[in-house]
Ligand binder design. Structure first.
Ligand SMILES: [Zn+2]
Length: 129
C-alpha cells in the first residue's frame, strides 16, 4: 500500500534529494574556503576567528548530518521504504515530504522524539506552502 502511494512520485523525490545533496555539498565547499581564508588573518584577530571558526565548524557538522540524512532517504527510495515514519510506520504526508524530502518521521513522532534535523530549515522564501 505504501509502495503504490509513493511510487508515483518516486522520481520527483529522488530528484529533490539529489538537488539538495548538491546544494549541501557546494555549501560545504564554500565554508571550507572561508575557513582557509581565516587561517591567514593577523594575530590580533585570533579571538574573533576562533569564534567564527567555531560557528563555521558547527554549520559544517549540521550539513554533514543533513547530508547523511539525504543519503539515507535515497537508500530508502531504493529499498521502497521511503515515505514511512521510522517510528510509527505510518505514511508521511506528501506535503511534508515535499517540504522535507529527507524526513524520517511524521510530524507527531518528530515532535515527541525531538528530531531537530527533520524540521524544515533553509527553505528559500516563497517555496513554503
Ligand atoms: Zn510517526
Amino acid at each position: 500500500m505504501k509502495k503504490v502511494a509513493i511510487a508515483v512520485q518516486d522520481r520527483g523525490y529522488r530528484r529533490m534529494l539529489e538537488d539538495k545533496r548538491e546544494d549541501v555539498l557546494s555549501g560545504l565547499g564554500i565554508k571550507f574556503d572561508t575557513l582557509a581564508k581565516m587561517g591567514r588573518v593577523a594575530e590580533e584577530d585570533q579571538a574573533q576567528v576562533t569564534h567564527d571558526e567555531f560557528v563555521a565548524l558547527r554549520l559544517n557538522r549540521l550539513d554533514y548530518v543533513q547530508l547523511r540524512m539525504i543519503e539515507e532517504a535515497l537508500d530508502r527510495l531504493t529499498s521502497d521504504d521511503y515515505g514511512c515514519c521510522l517510528a510509527c510506520d505510518q505514511p508521511i504526508p506528501a506535503k511534508r515530504l515535499n517540504a522535507i524530502p529527507w524526513a524520517r518521521y511524521c510530524v507527531g513522532c518528530q515532535e515527541s522524539i525531538g528530531a531537530e534535523m527533520d524540521q524544515e530549515r533553509r527553505q528559500p522564501v516563497g517555496v513554503r506552502e
